[in-house]
Design a protein around this ligand. Structure first.
Ligand code: 13P
Length: 249
């Protein structure tokens, strides 16, 4: 059975007081052992979040990292630095990183390699813009994002990969992909993983959907056979909404 995962990407939200408040509220909930729950606060709060969650099964992920081990890269943070504060998962290639910080597939391939070398789990994000979908290029584009940014990894490294399909037009817009659109894309993703690697790997990798997932649409989306959970933005900032999504399976 594939791992079910719900991860909250807090983006550039929550100072330290708000982080403790949100984590305290999340910790009040009984969690189902079958579902991996993660939160990704900003860099400044990762260590505190990890300590606050020491007696919880909720995992802490980073939202980004640099591809180099260390050096003159002002403002950046490396994989080993994340590991040194107990963070073992990192989100890579989020569409906001691609759009506002010019991260392309070639750069992301290096980040993926750095994460794997440091024995981290990478949540590799990708997804098309509205224009790509309107012109029927969405499948090709997603295939390229996967092949150029991820498919250099060795077969044995797939156990450290989580995929997150996030159509850009659905992020923060309130307009979610329909469960059928999500299923179609997730099945396509599994097919190209199977073609480039193997059926076994394709069937094992968790593929999350992200883009305006809310308590009122989560169960329909999570109910699709190739959707293994969600990467949640706005609704992850409210404990009640986030827990309702976690419990939507
Ligand atoms: P929203 O849930 O706010 O649309 O954000 C999705 C997202 O970008 C998660 O990484």
């Amino acid at each position: 059975m594939r791992q079910k995962i719900v991860a909250g990407n807090w983006k550039m939200n929550c100072d330290i007081a708000q982080t403790y408040e949100l984590l305290d509220a999340l910790k009040e909930n009984e969690l189902n052992d079958d579902i991996v729950v993660m939160v990704a606060p900003p860099f400044t709060n990762l260590q505190s979040a990890n300590q606050a969650l020491i007696d919880s099964t909720i995992l802490v992920a980073a939202q980004n990292m640099h591809q180099s081990a260390n050096g003159a890269f002002t403002g950046e943070v490396s994989a080993s630095m994340l590991r040194s504060v107990g963070v073992e998962t990192v989100i890579l290639g989020h569409s906001e990183r691609r759009a506002y910080f010019y991260e392309d597939n070639a750069l992301l391939a290096k980040k993926v390699t750095a994460a794997l070398e440091n024995k981290m789990t990478a949540i590799y994000c990708f997804g098309e813009e509205l224009e790509d979908r309107k012109t029927g290029k969405h499948l090709d584009l997603v295939e390229r994002q996967l092949k150029e940014g991820l498919f250099h990894i060795a077969i044995g490294d797939w156990k450290q990969i989580i995929l997150a399909y996030e159509p850009v037009w659905a992020i923060g817009t309130g307009e979610t992909a329909s469960p059928e659109q999500a299923q179609e894309m997730h099945a396509f993703i599994r097919k190209i993983v199977a073609k480039s690697y193997s059926e076994e790997i394709a069937n094992k990798v968790s593929i999350l959907y992200g883009g305006s997932v809310k308590p009122n649409n989560a169960s329909e989306i999570f109910g699709k056979p190739d959707v293994d959970g969600g990467l949640i933005g706005g609704a992850a900032l409210d404990a009640e909404s986030f827990m309702a999504i976690v419990n939507a399976f």
